[in-house]
Design a protein around this ligand. Structure first.
Ligand code: NI
Length: 280
């Protein structure tokens, strides 16, 4: 609930509240006669133009276009995706040098994400993994060099996963408990190895095919049209067109009422070896 620029009450219902609605419903209501004393004070405060700098106290906020070290993108700890409408943004195949541009966008928007990194890229850019972890993102495992795991032996699968977890940990991020098998390809053998290593398999249910159509507007349209409550969204931070899409995607998902969280915050009680495509 908020006040609009005319001082009317702006009341939003999440999709989970009005379950038949295809998108969140919002109403502007004339507030006159409805407000308590406190409500009138809040209404007045909302209508006063404010200098944002005057509202900050203590250490102050970073200047526009800059990111305070360790400022972080973590969502509040108390987000409960059983109650609010959530989705998780996930990025695979990086990091590349330009992944920092996406980290800047996520920091500016205050959105945490989950990055499934390839070990050979993690070895080249350990400082980017350290930044991801410091800013509240989750670093997951996308194997050492992106093979189709279903074609490998148990010992080869284990080596792909463990070598990558070693590199992630060496970079300063927590040892991952999330595995995204390349191409989403898994079977009983991959699941058994993942279970042995204490890792859950994380696939997706929203795929904008950003590798195919290298067009920010198309990627944005597909994510905004297909993300539902509980969705895991697949993208690849190695593409400029994808990195360039995410400011608009995040704004659009926020307008639709989504709270954007990491995969562990989206999915309660992750089971090693299990494969997940979405919440619920
Ligand atoms: Ni991949």
């Amino acid at each position: 609930m908020a006040f609009d620029p005319e001082g009317r009450l702006w009341v939003e219902f999440a999709r989970t509240v009005v379950s038949a609605a295809p998108s969140p419903i919002a109403l502007a209501v004339d507030a006159d006669g409805l407000l308590s004393d406190f409500g009138q004070t809040a209404q007045q405060a909302a209508l006063q133009p404010q200098d944002p700098a005057a509202a900050t106290t203590g250490t102050g906020s970073p200047a526009p276009g800059t990111t305070a070290p360790g400022a972080g993108a973590a969502a509040p700890d108390d987000v409960d995706c059983a109650v609010v409408v959530c989705a998780a943004l996930t990025f695979g195949d990086g990091p590349v040098s330009k992944t920092v541009d996406l980290l800047d966008v996520l920091a500016e928007k205050g959105v945490p994400a989950t990055f499934f990194v390839v070990g050979t890229n993690a070895r080249t850019h350990p400082e980017i993994l350290a930044r991801m972890a410091a800013e509240g993102h989750v670093v997951g495992n996308h194997t050492l060099d992106h093979p189709q795991l279903t074609r490998l032996s148990e010992s080869e699968i284990a080596r792909e996963i463990e070598a990558t977890s070693d590199l992630i940990e060496a970079a300063g991020a927590p040892r991952p408990t999330l595995l995204r098998p390349p191409y989403g390809a898994t079977n009983d053998t991959v699941a058994a190895v993942a279970a042995d290593l204490g890792m859950s398999q994380i696939n997706w249910n929203v795929d904008p095919e950003d590798w195919k159509d290298r067009d920010s507007a198309i990627v944005t349209q597909r994510v905004l049209a297909n993300t539902k409550n509980g969705s895991i969204v697949l993208s690849h931070d190695i593409h400029q067109s994808t990195r360039g899409a995410y400011a608009a995607i995040i704004d659009g998902l926020h307008e639709q009422g989504f709270t954007l969280v990491t995969v562990p915050d989206l999915l309660d009680d992750l089971e090693p070896g299990q494969t997940y495509y979405s919440r619920g």
